[in-house]
Design a protein around this ligand. Structure first.
Ligand SMILES: [Zn+2]
Length: 395
């Protein structure tokens, strides 16, 4: 399990509370680490928490004829669902990813039923992280006979690792209480006045957690029953849906979907906004996977989190960041530089500026989700590679 350096936390809450930060970075990274450092209270304008859409909301975007993306709010505190996409064919529907907020999944199913009278025949899971598959059981209940497709790594992850997720979510209650206490006093742990941006960001974290928890506790893990570890083409009548499983990447076995006739690409968490979620990833494979996505020359790209994209500029930036991280980690391992030294030395600031454009919530999310787990994973991977071994799955 990873946690942030103690120095970023000591001003606000007891360090032991932060060990509750989940290892499942994408799905429960608590977006508050950077803002616990008073230095983060910079010239950036403080956000109004009320201006952010609820984590219980989503927007529907029609990305091609019969293809609807349910876009959830951009990942900011970790208490959020991934995007889901419905592909409507002549004789049935395929849904890519099912979220982790039952009320949201049910509303999306109701919307699909308004769009078509055809049943959902297939669900495809992009990977095992629960923010992409805890809705599986709802689809099974609503559409008897639905087949749920995923890689063997996705099935194993849902069976073996997702059950710990609920405990991790509950475990945040202690930090939530401390944040509420500090908010009520307007003071940091050392008695100093709480900076405005910290107050606004913590307000958002507390609100998201309050909205999210009652929902997620109703969810039931349910794994794929149809395993595809390479490629699978599904015909929904005349519509072609290619389910591609390139192997390791963001997790030990990711899947993405490509619609060759519409040139629509659904990436799962191989691509996420506001930054990559690397705690269970494999950098070398992930970079290769992004090259595979680029070779498709898609005209519409729906990431696992974040808005619809229409070119490869963001994917190029992600590839550059992953490559930078991997190269610095390999150099450090080859030179015998310890991991904690590398964590201190590596400079992500230029990337942080490019990924966040100075937005304070995005900056906090990026700093929470990426640098520490990314360096740890890349260093671990480089250590194995240099010994000629295959890295173990991330914690
Ligand atoms: Zn995700």
């Amino acid at each position: 399990m990873t946690h942030l350096p103690d120095t970023t936390l000591s001003q606000a809450i007891p360090v032991r509370a932060t060990t509750r930060r989940t290892s499942l970075r994408c799905l429960a990274s608590i977006g508050f680490a950077a803002l616990l450092s008073p230095s983060s209270a910079s010239a950036q304008s403080a956000p109004d928490p009320a201006s952010y859409p609820s984590v219980l909301s989503y927007r529907t975007v029609r990305v091609a004829d019969g293809v609807y993306a349910f876009i959830t709010p951009e990942e900011r505190t970790g208490f959020q669902s991934g995007n889901s996409i419905a592909i409507i064919g002549d004789d049935g529907v395929l849904v890519f990813d099912t979220g982790n907020i039952p009320g949201l999944t049910r509303r999306q199913i109701a919307e699909i039923r308004k769009l078509t009278d055809k049943p959902v025949r297939y669900v495809v899971n992009s990977h095992w992280h629960p923010d992409h598959n805890l809705g599986n059981s709802i689809y099974r209940a609503e559409f008897p006979g639905v087949r749920i497709v995923g890689t063997s790594a996705t099935r194993a992850g849902i069976l073996e690792r997702v059950p710990t997720y609920f405990g991790q979510m509950k475990g945040f209650a202690q930090t939530d209480s401390l944040m509420k206490l500090r908010l009520s006093t307007g003071r940091m742990r050392d008695g100093s006045r709480m900076p405005d941006d910290v107050r606004q960001l913590w307000t958002l974290v507390v609100k998201d957690y309050a909205d999210f928890m009652p929902e997620v506790l109703q969810a039931k893990p349910s794994p794929p029953d149809l395993i595809s570890d390479d490629s699978l083409t599904i015909f929904l009548g005349t519509r072609r849906v290619k389910v591609m499983s390139p192997g390791r990447g963001n997790t030990a076995g990711d899947s993405y979907i490509y619609l060759p006739d519409e040139r629509v690409l659904l990436t799962g968490d191989l691509v996420t906004v506001p930054g990559p979620f690397p705690s269970t990833s494999y950098f070398a494979d992930w970079i290769r996977d992004l090259d595979e996505l680029k070779a498709l020359h898609a005209s519409v790209i729906v990431p696992g989190h974040g808005d619809v994209q229409h070119d490869y500029a963001y994917i190029d930036m992600v590839r550059e960041l992953l490559t930078f991280t991997r190269e610095r980690a390999r150099e450090a391992v080859l030179r015998g530089v310890p991991l904690d030294s590398l964590q201190k030395q590596i400079d992500f600031e230029p990337f942080i500026k490019r990924f966040t454009n100075g937005d304070v919530v995005r900056t906090d999310a990026f700093k929470s989700f990426y640098p520490v787990p990314a360096v740890m994973r890349a260093y671990e991977e480089a250590s194995y590679e240099i010994q000629g071994a295959i890295p173990k799955p991330g914690d």
